[in-house]
Design a protein around this ligand. Structure first.
Ligand SMILES: [Zn+2]
Ligand SMILES: [Zn+2]
Length: 368
């Protein structure tokens, strides 16, 4: 099959910035050296642009997992121009298609089934999607956001100002324009590009599938470190309306922390979370499915499968009972009713549930 024509602006941008980084950064380090302030600016701008993509483009605009004050949206629009990943409108349109048609080689703009290279960067290098005219019909809601449209219409100017103008200004302040351009402009751009591209490539290839195996998305704690917390991608693809990606307290999810911080400063509100009962149920179903597959290969499979099924049913009953009682308690508290009996019941059910979960863990791990 003949490959579609190359998109030269993208190909040159990615090739030149990467090769310039590989050559110029070590050369400058050896011949001149970088100052601490230049390294600090690199880190600050890497987080500013990366988080504008993850908290702004992704969780705010693509998925509407929370609402943000105009000042936060304005900063995300500037950070998105710094990240050089197209306008928020265009990015969100692509991303909504990715979720709707995930892994479909025809429709998903960065389908992981096309391999690492394609989902990482290849999809942007050729006219693979020339047939898919961007009419932005799937982002009509975003067209009402004045900041989104302002950024969309002035994207090139903003991108040049942020990627060249800003480092020149910072370098002028520090008395070394060339070093700042290399560090805060070039190196930062290339690092943030590839770290965020990992979400489309590696986060669909490498890691576990605790919540669903209906798509290629993976959970990967190490990748979360490189992707501003977006490494919990298996969770994200099933609970895409949740403002969190890492849901456990020990999960590294700076995007979630930033949204929490914005909410604390009253710059964000309406943070959406998925009901814990649905999350637990999804995880439980995956554990059942995986263990069933493992057990099916064994000699006494029928007996074990029956046992597994009955343990699963029992645990699910306990789970439902616990969440039901918890909801009752919450409702009663809202109505300011006496809740002593109810909270005792919730505690009791929780203990039973924990006991049941322990047994389930032992059983499923035995056949892992
Ligand atoms: Zn998403
Ligand atoms: Zn994805």
């Amino acid at each position: 099959m003949k490959k579609p024509p190359i998109i030269w602006t993208n190909a040159l941008l990615f090739a030149l910035t990467l090769s310039a980084t590989i050559i110029l950064i070590p050369y400058r380090e050896i011949s001149h050296g970088f100052e601490l302030i230049e390294w600090i600016t690199f880190v600050v701008l890497a987080f500013a642009s990366g988080l504008s993509i993850t908290a702004g483009y992704h969780r705010l605009w693509s998925h509407k997992t929370y609402k943000a004050h105009w000042s936060a949206r304005f900063v995300f629009a500037l950070g998105g121009a710094l990240a050089l990943q197209n306008s928020a409108l265009h990015w969100s349109s692509d991303h909504r298609v990715h979720h709707k048609h995930v892994d479909d080689n025809e429709k998903d703009p960065y389908s992981a089934n096309m391999g690492f290279w394609y989902s990482h960067i290849g999809w942007m290098l050729r006219e693979y999607h020339a047939h898919r005219y961007h009419d932005y019909k799937n982002v009509r809601d975003l067209q009402n956001d004045k900041i989104v449209m302002w950024q969309h219409h002035h994207y090139l100017t903003l991108a040049l100002l942020m990627n060249i103008g800003l480092p020149i200004f910072l370098g002028w302040l520090n008395g070394d324009i060339a070093s700042m351009l290399l560090m805060a402009g070039l190196l930062r751009l290339v690092v943030v590009h590839h770290c965020t591209f990992f979400i489309n490539s590696l986060a669909h290839i490498w890691g576990s599938q605790p919540y669903t195996d209906k798509n290629t998305a993976r959970d990967n704690g190490f990748l979360a470190l490189l992707t501003y917390g977006e490494g919990y991608h298996n969770f994200h693809h099933i609970f895409e309306n949740d403002y969190r990606n890492g849901i456990k307290w020990w999960h590294y999810d700076p995007t979630k922390w930033l949204i929490n911080l914005l909410a604390w400063c009253r710059l964000a509100h309406g943070l959406r979370v998925s009901p814990q009962e649905r999350i637990d149920t999804a995880a439980l179903q995956m554990q059942l499915k995986r263990t069933q597959n493992n057990v099916a290969r064994l000699q006494n499979a029928d007996e074990l499968l029956d046992k597994l099924q009955s343990e699963y049913e029992e645990l699910k009953t306990h789970l439902n009972a616990y969440y039901h009682a918890k909801k009752q308690l919450l409702d009663a508290k809202k109505k300011q009713l006496m809740v002593k009996d109810l909270s005792g019941k919730v505690k009791e059910l929780k203990l039973k549930l924990l006991e049941q979960q322990k047994q389930w863990k032992l059983l499923t791990q035995a056949y892992a």
